[in-house]
Structure formats: C-alpha cells, structure tokens
Design a protein around this ligand. Structure first.
Ligand SMILES: NC(=O)C1=CN([C@@H]2O[C@H](COP(=O)(O)OP(=O)(O)OC[C@H]3O[C@@H](n4cnc5c(N)ncnc54)[C@H](OP(=O)(O)O)[C@@H]3O)[C@@H](O)[C@H]2O)C=CC1
Ligand SMILES: Nc1nc(=O)c2c([nH]1)NC[C@@H]1CN(c3ccc(C(=O)N[C@@H](CCC(=O)O)C(=O)O)cc3)C=[N+]21
Ligand SMILES: [Mg+2]
Length: 295
C-alpha cells in the first residue's frame, strides 16, 4: 500500500508547473483566436553548455504552450553595442512580447547597461530597475521568475506564509533579494543570510520556511534546519559524480523537513513556467481588448 502512495513531503515543481502551463496554454489559444501569438526572444551570448541547456529548455517550453520562440545566439566576443542594438530591434518588434538576456554575460559586457536597454514592458525576467522598483513598492509588474515560481509552489502546497519566519540564504538580484520582498509582502518575517553571515546555522534553524540560493552542492545539512521546516532548494550544481543536485543535501535533510523541493524537478521547472506566464501577461496587455484581470 505504501509504495503506491505519493510522497507528501515532496514539493513536485514539475507537476505543479505542468498544471500552470496547461492554464497558460488555454490563454495562449484564446489570444491566438484573436490573431495574436505571444512571442519570446532569448538572447544568449557565448557557448557555456549549462546556459545553452537552460535556454533550450525555455524555448521548448514556450513552443509547447503555443508561443513563438526566437533565439538570438551571439559570440562570446560580441561587443556591448551589438547586444544593445539587438535589444533595440526586439523592443521595436511587435511580434515579440518578452525579451530575456541569459545571464551571466561575458566580463567585458556591463550587465546593468544591457538590462536597462530592455523595454520594461517586455522585461519578462523582471530584472529592469523600473520593474524591480515597482515590485519593491508592491505595484503590479513582472515578478522575477524564480521567486515568483517559489511563491506559487508555496501557494499550491497550502504552505502558510503569513506570520512565518522565512530565512533566505543568498542575496543575488535575481533570486535572494526579490524572494525576500515577495515573502515580506505576504506578511512573513524575513531574514537574509549571505557569505558574511556569522553562525549561519543559528539563523537557519529558526526558519519555518528556508529558501536556499547559494550555488554550493549539498551545502545545507540537517543540522541547519528546524524540525518540520519547509525547505526550498534553488541551487543547480553538479555533485562529485557529475549528477545535477541542489544546495541542500536532500537525503540528509528530507526526514527532518515537513516538505522539500527536489533538484531536479523542484524550483527549475517553476522558473520556466513563470517566464511563460510573464510572456503571456505581456502579450495579453498588448493584444487583449477586453482587459484581463490578473494580479
Ligand atoms: N532553479 C532555478 O530556477 C535557478 C537556479 N539558480 C541557482 O541558484 C544558485 C544561486 O544562484 P544566484 O542567486 O544567481 O547566485 P549568486 O552566486 O549570484 O549568489 C549566491 C549568494 O549566496 C551567498 N553565499 C555564497 N556562499 C555562501 C555561504 N557559504 N554561506 C552563505 N551564503 C553564501 C552569496 O553571498 P555574498 O552576497 O556575500 O557573496 C550570494 O549572495 C545557483 O546554484 C544557481 O545556479 C539560479 C537561478 C535560477
Ligand atoms: N536572464 C536570466 N533569467 C533566468 O531565469 C536565468 C538566467 N538568466 N541565468 C541562469 C539562471 C538559471 N535558471 C534556470 C532555469 C531553469 C532551470 C531548470 O529547468 N532546471 C531543471 C533541470 C534542468 C536540467 O536538467 O539541466 C530542474 O531543476 O528540474 C534551471 C535553472 C534560470 N536562470
Ligand atoms: Mg559582466
């Protein structure tokens, strides 16, 4: 009997992502019946194999929900101006509703200038300072896909956020920082930890919800967590055998947690799902006459 039961501890981002993508697909079809196909453009610079894998994933998923996907591949030696020109062209292209520049960029390119060049209305990553600012003050905007996806995971697993202590390890602009803001908006008490934090375990052991976005394979052990904590693992690393793994030592932590995301199959698929969601929202803004009501 036990072996046919689904694992209630596991937060299945792949399954939750699939459900949300079905909803997205239906709304894409609605737009298509009005003669509008949502279009996503992805710019990738250089030939990092991991980046190419993620980008292929994003393209495949966008096509699966009926969107148009355009891939712009640029050499690692490309000039900053060429990237800016490319973005300007996409900004002016009415068939493109979302623009994503895969990060990180080569060192000779100023990421901030590149992000600033994207039309905020097409910034489906939610990285443009205007959109980051709107998010900070609680105005509706494109939310950064990974934190947004994690909020959806918490919602769909009926995890209460209000009044809970959420501890975030990592303070990057794309994951940690916006994650804290979104949880704060939902009335969590938020603590940020980072590489200069003293006695990390002291802080993480107080977490009802622990979000880990560090980039170090299997770094978080059961000694870091409180019994019954909800553990969200953002990390994407390779272990000693070259296998994909998170920042959390899943096998060590699982028993002590009340719920936990696996890697792969946790946060990753949700990031892509929210990218599709943001692209859909952008297309609806432009194409829909009967103004969709969506948060
Ligand atoms: N699944 C998904 O959808 C996504 C996964 N990722 C993955 O998530 C991970 C984090 O990504 P990202 O936020 O971009 O990474 P960054 O490298 O930009 O940031 C890492 C953060 O972790 C902190 N940190 C590093 N070492 C420690 C430590 N020993 N103790 C405490 N804090 C530490 C750093 O602190 P400091 O600021 O002091 O340097 C920094 O704030 C990576 O594995 C990445 O591949 C990223 C995006 C999406
Ligand atoms: N402008 C920009 N936007 C991003 O959103 C962005 C970025 N740059 N740079 C890199 C990070 C990383 N990221 C991931 C997305 C999906 C998976 C994903 O789909 N993971 C699968 C497994 C993938 C595999 O098998 O390799 C999973 O966890 O199940 C992982 C990582 C988005 N990022
Ligand atoms: Mg750079």
């Amino acid at each position: 009997m036990e072996d046919i039961q689904v694992d209630k501890k596991l937060i299945d981002g792949k399954a939750i992502g699939t459900i949300i993508r079905e909803e997205i697909k239906e709304r894409v079809q609605k737009l298509q019946s009005k003669g509008c196909t949502p279009g996503l453009a992805v710019i990738i610079v250089g030939d990092d194999p991991a980046s190419h894998t993620y980008v292929k994933n994003k393209q495949k998923s966008s096509v699966e929900v009926g969107m148009k996907s355009e891939l712009i591949q640029l050499a690692a030696t490309v000039s900053e101006q060429e990237i800016l020109d490319c973005i300007a062209q996409l900004n002016d292209d009415d068939s493109i509703h979302g623009i994503l520049v895969q990060l990180p960029l080569p060192k000779h390119i100023d990421e901030n200038r590149v992000i600033l060049a994207i039309d905020p209305a097409k910034d489906v990553d939610g990285f443009h300072p205007v959109n980051v600012g709107k998010m900070m003050i609680g105005q509706s905007t494109y939310l950064s896909c990974t934190p947004y996806g994690i909020i959806k995971l918490l919602e769909r697993t009926n995890t209460q956020i209000k009044g809970k202590h959420a501890v975030i390890i990592g303070r990057s602009n794309i994951v940690g920082k916006p994650m804290g803001q979104l949880l704060l908006q939902r009335d969590a008490t938020v603590t940020y930890c980072h590489s200069r934090t003293k006695d990390l375990a002291h802080h993480t052991k107080q977490a009802d919800i622990l979000i880990v976005a560090i980039g170090m394979a299997k770094f978080i052990k059961k000694e870091h967590i409180k019994e019954g904590a909800v553990v969200i693992d953002v990390g994407m690393n390779r272990d000693e055998n070259g296998k994909l793994c998170g920042d959390v030592d899943f096998a060590d932590v699982k028993e002590k947690s009340s719920m936990i995301t696996p890697v792969p199959g946790g946060v990753g698929p949700m990031t892509i799902t929210m990218l599709l969601k943001n692209t859909l929202l952008s297309a609806e803004q432009v194409c829909d006459t009967d103004k969709h009501e969506d948060k």
